[in-house]
Design a protein around this ligand. Structure first.
Ligand SMILES: [Zn+2]
Length: 300
């Protein structure tokens, strides 16, 4: 297939419509109600376990939500915690280890560039794309190559060795865009590495609908280890490694996140302030229910 032809098709078609009723992971056509939360229905595919939100927000609703979250909502807390982001980035780089081949890397949803910075400091040819204007400006101030672009529009100047997308897939209205574009960007044998919520994780099972990643304004698609492997396979990748991704966080940061994302526990989370400062700022690995997936472009 000719890459140039696909480019022009995408350029003409613009942003894709939200996906239809077919299961994105296995192609099944039935779904069963799982629960409701925040006025949205969570529907589960009985064949593979993939869970989707219904109805999906419109593009206008999504833009309004992001304008709020970046300015004063949950992501303002996250964006402010640059040192935590650096910790997480170095941790992810370490856990990916030798899985990412040498050559040009792209980090999708690079935010303020923490992973790009960690990768470049380790000697890799890494760059990023990001939608948030504020995040791109912050990355630029730090001298990091993060440009403002949508997944649908970006094109590399040469074939990539690796694409990373941390905590991105669940936020996309149509998640098929990510593996489809990554497949075109990558050279044969190139690697796609993702982190995303795992609905099969112990914390997800224990918390049920109260699990913090079941966030109807932010997360639209939910996979477990089996359904993410099927999803990637349907879109040109073979999953080679799926493991638990624990986040290195400080008690201070976790308390801040709980206060924003989980108000019923806000009072309890403020008890963290009673801890000695050294302890509050110590990094601990928290299994929040995410998985790390390393997949390779499948070439017949
Ligand atoms: Zn399915």
């Amino acid at each position: 297939m000719d890459g140039a032809t696909e480019t022009s098709r995408d350029a003409v078609a613009g942003p894709r419509a939200a996906p239809g009723r077919e299961c994105l992971a296995c192609g099944g056509e039935t779904s069963r109600p799982l629960f409701e939360k925040g006025g949205k229905r969570f529907l589960r595919c009985p064949d593979c376990g993939y869970v989707r939100l219904e109805p999906l927000p419109t593009l206008a609703e999504l833009e309004a939500h992001y304008a709020w979250t970046y300015a004063e909502g949950p992501y303002a807390v996250f964006a402010a915690a640059e040192d935590v982001r650096a910790f997480i980035a170095r941790d992810r780089l370490a856990s990916l280890g030798a899985a990412l081949p040498a050559g040009p890397w792209l980090d999708v949803g690079a935010s303020t560039g923490a992973f790009v910075r960690a990768a470049r400091e380790a000697g890799h040819d890494a760059r990023g794309i990001e939608l948030s204007e504020a995040a791109v400006a912050a990355a630029g101030k730090s001298g990091l190559p993060v440009e403002r672009a949508r997944i649908e529009d970006w094109e590399p100047s040469e074939p990539l060795a690796a694409v990373t997308a941390f905590d991105v897939l669940e936020h996309l209205l149509d998640p098929t865009v990510l593996p489809e574009r990554a497949r075109r960007w990558l050279r044969p044998g190139g690697v796609l590495a993702l982190t995303l919520p795992d609905i099969g994780s112990p914390v997800a099972r224990a918390m049920g609908r109260h699990w913090f990643f079941y966030a109807p304004n932010d997360h639209f698609h939910y996979f477990d280890r089996g359904s993410i492997a099927r999803f990637l396979e349907r879109h040109g990748f073979r999953a080679e490694r799926i493991v638990t991704a624990a986040k290195p966080l400080t008690p201070d940061y976790v308390a801040g996140q709980v206060q924003v994302f989980y108000p019923p526990l806000a009072a309890a989370s403020r008890l963290v302030r009673l801890l000695p400062r050294g302890l509050r700022e110590r990094t601990i690995h928290v299994p929040v229910g995410e998985m790390l997936v390393v997949a390779r472009r499948s070439d017949a």
